[in-house]
Write a protein of this length. Sequence first.
Length: 290
Amino acid sequence: MALWQWSTTPANNASAGLIDWAEGQPPSTVNDSARQMMADVATWFQSPEWLNYGLVPTFVSATQFTTPNNQTAIYTIGRRVKATVSAGTIYGTISSSAFTSLTTVTVTWDSGALDSGVSEVDVGILNPQLPSLASLPGISITGPNGIALPNQSSPNVAPIRFGDGTGWTLRFQTTNASSTFATLTDKGDFTASGNVTSLSDERLKTDWEMPRGDFVEQLAQLLSGTFTRVDNGMRQAGIGAQSLQVLLPEAVSTNHDGMLSVAYGQAAMVACVELAKEVMRLRALLEPVK
């Protein structure tokens, strides 16, 4: 007998399937009852991530089923579910849960669909609506689709960690997971399917200063080329942050570990414009006087 079939009222557990704890039970049933309880607990323990509440689902459509009475506290929006259907087992996330005379549950399935052969719908042991989840230290649940980290100042920054260095990737996907629009690997590589832009409206800028007069000459002296990263062994191309910091400090930043990084887009645009000015100056010198 499954654990969900046990009663929370002790007196109602006198007889539970092969378990017999009735008053005056025969001594010969004691060992079997204890062993059956151990087997039931072991069976539950082998699949601790899913809970079966014994609620019988009724097929409505490929994405909907109903259960008797008000079960919205169990089938909460954002909770993961596992359904047993004619084709096997499918997994999904609850997108809607409402009670009228029955509880109607709508699920967005990872793949597959419900059919008239649905016999069981288990829920994930984690419930986004539980108060205990909303009060985890340093993490707050902002809804069925979000996790928020506290706003702290460096160096007390709340970290986000993922992967184990063997090729894990954080994927940013559309709501229905039909496509990926950006990825971040555990090696720090970020890829976006669209444009990566930076807010650059002139109405947000003041106190303009032109680069130093010998900018182009100093630009040619920067440390640049290809190199091997000592931290991950990767072969890359770029410039030295320390050498650029002397020429264009606004394009170089320092993290809480004292390591320098370069805003390559900013540095490249300034360099391109200044080089264009130099080309125009040289053109003017070379063109014959009319």
